[in-house]
Design a protein around this ligand. Structure first.
Ligand code: NAD
Ligand code: MN
Length: 357
């Protein structure tokens, strides 16, 4: 029996609702497959922990997480705690502390989901966005001088290193190579930003020589937003900086129907540390506690986690179960339906157990 230790961090808002749903589906899979065991430990970290102790997680939080095979994360964010505290207090320290430098965001239109684009259905939009997750615009470098005074100056410095750009580029080319179309689009803004972005273009050309069977092209990020909307079929694997890919992947989620179906993996490709899997969405406190949060993104990222752990059959079964349920029209309100989190979760668990899936 293959065994894995999973650290679950539900955190804030709808985080606990969708992680509970995700754990229920994973446990159904575990029972149905019978070939692996997940030992799940939950950590009550997040905004409540912050209100009680002044920190989003204990000081030795990373040491604790280090011993796990993967992290299953909900979302952070609360109305009464500043967003930079919740983000820099929990999610980013894990991403940076474990050098999860590849943020992988698959997007496609699930059956039964009506996307906002006319003439665009399942099959027309099937992308993986690779976001550089360790440096760039979110490296945290910068400062403020003369705070609050008329002469105040603030800097927000993007850091690009040859090591950082080369490793994300290699990851993206390798991922593109493993997909049927073997096609990668490298996104920059190298017309206006002529240092780090020009280095991205140069490194893309260098790394491309290691992957002669991958076709690739380059896009400026502003033109890329148009191409995503007007020619979604022309894209497959996409790599972009931390900031650019953050923005592009919210657009991608909307084009696929809802933020509620968009998953993401924060991956350490070298497997020195646990990788972290989470829905892209935040804590959505506008709908928290109502039982209507869409659990599909959390199921999908659970499938990413299983794939990463080396359980591709379980991952594929989970996705087939999710697709059967969306195709049946059982959708939460964000997708135009009336189903509850619990109804969708139970239907997915039933589908996991059914014989013909
Ligand atoms: P959000 O993603 O929480 O919500 C945006 C909109 O989408 C809301 O209307 C929400 O109801 C809806 N939505 C999101 N997920 C949904 C789901 N699973 N099912 C149905 N509807 C869903 O973004 P926001 O409102 O900008 O931010 C709320 C809080 O979350 C803020 O504190 C923000 O900082 C935080 N946040 C955290 C993360 C993270 O933990 N990774 C990501 C984004 C935002
Ligand atoms: Mn974002």
């Amino acid at each position: 029996m293959r065994e894995y230790r999973i650290a679950a961090i539900p955190a804030d808002g709808i985080g606990p609702e969708v992680i509970a749903a995700g754990l229920q589906a994973l446990s159904a899979l575990e029972r149905r497959m019978g070939s692996f065991r997940l030992h799940v430990e939950e950590f009550p970290w997040g905004s409540d922990h912050y209100r009680r102790t002044g920190a989003m997680m204990p000081a030795d939080g990373l040491e604790t997480l280090k011993t796990f095979d993967a992290i299953y994360f909900g979302a952070v964010g609360a109305p009464d705690v500043p967003d930079h505290v919740t983000l820099w207090g929990l999610r980013l320290p894990i991403c940076q502390g474990f050098d999860q430098y590849a943020n992988v965001r698959p997007t496609r239109i699930l059956p039964g989901v009506t996307p906002p684009l006319r003439d665009c259905g399942p099959g027309d939009l099937d992308w993986v966005i690779v976001r550089e997750n360790s440096e760039g615009e979110y490296a945290g470098h910068g400062g403020r001088a003369h705070r609050g005074l008329p002469e105040e100056v603030a800097t927000e410095v993007a850091i690009f290193t040859r090591v950082g750009v080369t490793r994300i580029m290699r990851y993206a080319f390798r991922l593109a190579q493993a997909r049927p179309r073997k096609f990668l689009t490298v996104v920059t803004k190298s017309n206006a930003q002529r240092h780090g972005m020009v280095m991205w273009d140069e490194i893309a050309a260098e790394v491309s020589r290691e992957f002669p069977d991958v076709t690739w092209d380059k896009m400026l990020v502003d033109a890329m937003t148009m191409r995503m909307v007007l020619k979604p079929q022309s894209l497959d694997t996409i790599v972009a900086t931390n900031l650019h890919a953050d923005i592009l992947s919210d657009l991608a989620a909307a084009l696929a129907g809802s933020l509620g179906v968009a998953p993401t993996g924060n991956v350490d490709p070298e497997r020195r540390f646990p990788s972290m899997f989470e829905p892209i969405h935040g804590s959505a406190f506008d709908i928290a506690g109502k039982g209507i949060a869409n659990p599909v993104a959390t199921f999908w990222t659970g499938a990413q986690m299983l794939e990463h752990l080396g359980e591709p059959e379980a991952a594929a079964r989970l996705m087939r179960a999710v697709e059967r349920v969306t195709a049946s029209g059982l959708l939460t309100p964000d997708l135009g339906g009336t189903a509850t989190t619990r109804q969708v979760t139970e239907a997915v668990c039933d589908a996991i157990h059914s014989a013909n899936i």
